[in-house]
Design a binder for this molecule. Structure first.
Ligand SMILES: Cc1cc2nc3c(=O)[nH]c(=O)nc-3n(C[C@H](O)[C@H](O)[C@H](O)COP(=O)(O)OP(=O)(O)OC[C@H]3O[C@@H](n4cnc5c(N)ncnc54)[C@H](O)[C@@H]3O)c2cc1C
Length: 287
C-alpha cells in the first residue's frame, strides 16, 4: 500500500494509464499487458472511469485486482457528474476497505446531448472535498496545459485550476505534443502561488485519425511539423505506431530536462510502444 504523494516526493515517477475492457477476453489480455509492463517497474498505474458511471464496476474490480497482485499501486479514476453523494461515498469507502490509497478525482463530461445528468456534483473540486471527508486517500486532479475546452478564458481556467490543485495532492495533465504548453502552465500556476506537483501525460498515438479526434476533443494542438509527419504515415498502422513512439520519446526527454515530478504514459492497453519508449530513453535494454 503506497501513497503516490510519497512516490512523487522521491520522483520522478513513471506511470501507465489503462482503460477497463468490456469483455472477458479484453480483460485477460490487459492483465497480461500489465504483467508484461510490470517488468519495467512502474511507480504506479491508473485505470480510467467511464463518464456518468458507465464502467463503475469494471474500473473498481480491475483496480482492486491489480492493486492486490502487484507491488505498485493502482489508482482508480473517478468522475462525479451524474452521481449522487451516497453513490460516491459507497465507492470511496469500498476502495479504502480494499486497500486502495489513491484516487484521481474528476468532474467527467456531461451528456453529449445536453440532457441533465442529475446527481449532486458539477465540478471536480467538489469531489476532492468529498474524498477528503471520507478520509485517508491521496487525491489527484486533472490539468489541461492548453486550457480545458469548457473554460471561458485562460485566466479563469488557471485560477480554478490553481484552487483545485491547492486542495489536491498532485495533478496529472491531458496529453500534449509541445512541451512549451506544459512549461507555460507551470509558470502561470507559480504566478498564482501554486506549487502542487503536476505530472505531464504523454500519449504514444497508434492511429492518426484517433490522435486527431482526441486532440480536437481535448483542445490539444498538433504542431504543423507533426501534422505533416502524420499525413506521411496515415493508413500504415505500424509506421503510425512507430511515429507515436518517436514523438513520445522525444517529448519525454524534453520533459525530463525540465525536471518533471513524473511521467504518465497513456498505454492504451498495449505494452510494445511503452517498451520501445523505455529503450529509446535508455531506461532498459531494447526489447
Ligand atoms: C489525466 C486525465 C484523466 C482523465 N480521466 C478520465 C476518466 O477516467 N474518465 C472520464 O470520463 N474523463 C476523464 N478525463 C476527462 C475529464 O473528465 C474531462 O475533461 C471533464 O470535462 C473535466 O474534468 P475535470 O476533472 O478537469 O473538471 P473540472 O476541474 O471540474 O473542470 C471542468 C471545467 O469546469 C470549470 N470549473 C471548475 N470549477 C468551476 C467553478 N467552481 N465554477 C465554474 N467553472 C468551474 C473548469 O475551469 C473547466 O473549464 C481525464 C482527463 C485528464 C486530464
Amino acid at each position: 500500500m503506497t501513497s503516490i504523494a510519497g512516490l512523487l516526493a522521491e520522483g520522478p515517477t513513471w506511470s501507465f494509464e489503462f482503460f477497463p475492457p468490456k469483455t472477458p477476453e479484453g480483460e485477460q489480455n490487459l492483465l497480461e499487458v500489465i504483467d508484461q509492463l510490470s517488468e519495467l517497474q512502474p511507480s504506479f498505474v491508473s485505470v480510467t472511469y467511464g463518464a456518468l458511471g458507465t464502467t463503475r464496476d469494471l474500473t473498481r474490480d480491475l483496480v482492486v485486482r491489480v492493486n492486490s497482485e502487484h507491488r505498485f499501486p493502482a489508482m482508480p479514476h473517478l468522475t462525479c457528474v451524474g452521481h449522487t453523494r451516497a453513490e460516491l461515498v459507497e465507492l470511496l469507502e469500498g476502495y479504502r476497505e480494499a486497500g486502495i490509497e489513491n484516487v484521481l478525482a474528476l468532474a467527467g463530461d456531461p451528456p453529449a446531448d445536453g440532457s441533465d445528468p442529475g446527481g449532486d456534483f458539477t465540478y471536480a473540486t467538489q469531489l476532492v472535498e468529498l474524498v477528503r471527508e471520507v478520509g485517508d486517500l491521496t487525491v489527484a486532479v486533472a490539468a489541461f496545459p492548453e486550457i480545458h475546452p469548457r473554460s471561458p478564458d485562460r485566466a479563469t481556467d488557471r485560477r480554478l485550476l490553481a484552487e483545485k490543485l491547492a486542495a489536491a495532492d498532485f495533478g496529472m495533465t491531458q496529453f500534449f505534443f509541445d512541451a512549451d504548453h506544459y512549461r507555460v502552465m507551470l509558470h502561470e500556476l507559480a504566478d498564482l502561488d501554486c506549487t502542487t506537483p503536476v505530472v505531464p501525460g504523454v500519449m504514444p498515438f497508434i492511429s492518426v485519425a484517433g490522435a486527431r479526434r482526441m486532440s480536437a476533443m481535448n483542445n490539444t494542438e498538433i504542431p504543423s511539423w507533426l501534422q505533416e509527419r502524420m499525413d506521411a504515415v496515415d493508413g500504415d498502422a505500424e509506421a503510425t505506431r512507430k511515429l507515436g513512439v518517436e514523438v513520445a520519446s522525444e517529448l519525454i526527454a524534453q520533459l525530463l530536462d525540465i525536471g518533471v515530478p513524473g511521467v504518465h504514459i497513456y498505454a492504451m492497453n498495449r505494452a510494445t510502444s511503452i517498451e520501445e519508449i523505455y529503450a529509446n530513453l535508455g531506461l532498459t535494454s531494447a526489447p
